[in-house]
Design a protein around this ligand. Structure first.
Ligand code: HEC
Length: 107
């Protein structure tokens, strides 16, 4: 009986882990599509992008920065005051997806 229960737990755990993994991947992919749509006018969001401004940090630079911090990045994207960066009125989930995408660029 115990063995069967243990097995059931293991199976459930495996499903949960797969679900968590998939949701993380989906977020990053969504972050990339938001970045390409809303950010790529000014930022180079991915290698190989041809347009973008020289005076704006690329997402690779932002992700690789020693000062990179998820909380700070989320707060900045929610309200980029005192910056040349426009407020794009992003939702919390869009911000979370973008942070996941930019974070994935860390070495
Ligand atoms: C209209 C041009 C423009 C668009 C569109 C834009 N940005 Fe920016 N962004 C800037 C500029 C300019 C800066 C530099 C701000 C400064 O130096 O004051 C900046 C800075 C940033 C920074 C801070 C970098 C740092 O280390 O200080 C982050 C993070 C950022 N942008 C993310 C984004 C994201 C995510 C999007 C898309 C949702 C986006 N930006 C869209 C112009 C833009």
């Amino acid at each position: 009986m115990d063995a069967i229960r243990g097995l059931q737990c293991a199976v459930i755990l495996a499903f949960v882990l797969v679900a968590i993994d998939e949701s993380a991947a989906a977020d990053r992919a969504h972050g990339r599509s938001i970045a390409q749509r809303w950010c790529s006018e000014c930022h180079v969001v991915a290698p190989g992008q041809r347009h973008g401004s020289d005076t704006v940090p690329t997402f690779a630079q932002i992700g690789a920065s020693e000062q990179f911090d998820e909380g700070r990045l989320s707060a900045f994207l929610a309200a980029p005051h005192h910056s040349r960066m426009p407020n794009l009125s992003l939702t919390r989930s869009e911000i979370a997806d973008l942070v996941a995408y930019i974070k994935a660029k860390q070495p």
